[in-house]
Design a protein around this ligand. Sequence first.
Ligand code: APR
Length: 235
Amino acid sequence: MKRLASADRVFILTGAGISAESGIPTFRGVNGLWRNYRIEEVASPEAWHRDPRLVWEFYSMRRRVAAAAKPNAGHFALSKLGDTIGDKLLLCTQNVDDLHEQAGSRNVVHMHGELFKSRCDTCSRPPFPDSETYDPPAEIPRCHCGGRIRPHICWFGEIPFHMDRIYENLQRCTAFIAIGTSGQVEPAATFAAAVGDHARSIYIGPEEPANASTFTEVILGKAGDVLPSLLDGGD
Ligand code: APR
């Protein structure tokens, strides 16, 4: 990959792969989460309506796993890039863990929500920090409005967050770099195809993603191995 120039406006998209070296399972790889849980049973509005306790059991397990994880060299490389190029970087993640923030990245755009936040499923109260675990037989926490407290996660069938800001930055960026995402879930899977003609698009991961043909370049390697040298230095 040609080195990033100081004039580059960089859009970084991360997926579960960047947290894999921190011990957080991906979704579709070996031991992936969707090998052990059915999406429709734990990560959809219908699942929440049908069995909110099972949904909280799933997200409580994910909170415990993420709370024990530490950022890896890939997260720190992106944090350092942010320190170097400032507001010329937009870091967008599909991940709901907080490892980018723990590594020092700021203004992270969590398009699928945040694991350590919850919100009311009824009123418009803003999402709030919540690292509690609610395993059965714990009661489903209630809002003062009477609604049930749910994980602040974008479930299948719901609209991801910050999409206007994401598409605006996709159009303005000169370098789009996707890291650790299998390219199987919309809308992130078509971000590379949505950048302007003037931008280059690079994928970084140990295996080709399903949308590899939409990138100008694919770099095979693990995030923790590749990112520190790849992103170091400007012109
Ligand atoms: N470094 C970089 N990439 C890695 C690493 C690593 N060390 N290990 C695995 N990967 C790659 C895999 O090759 C795979 O392409 O990470 C990708 C993980 O793909 P998925 O498990 O499909 O995760 P992701 O693409 O983030 O899923 C997108 O799907 O289930 C929904 O909302 C959930 O945000 C998630 C979305």
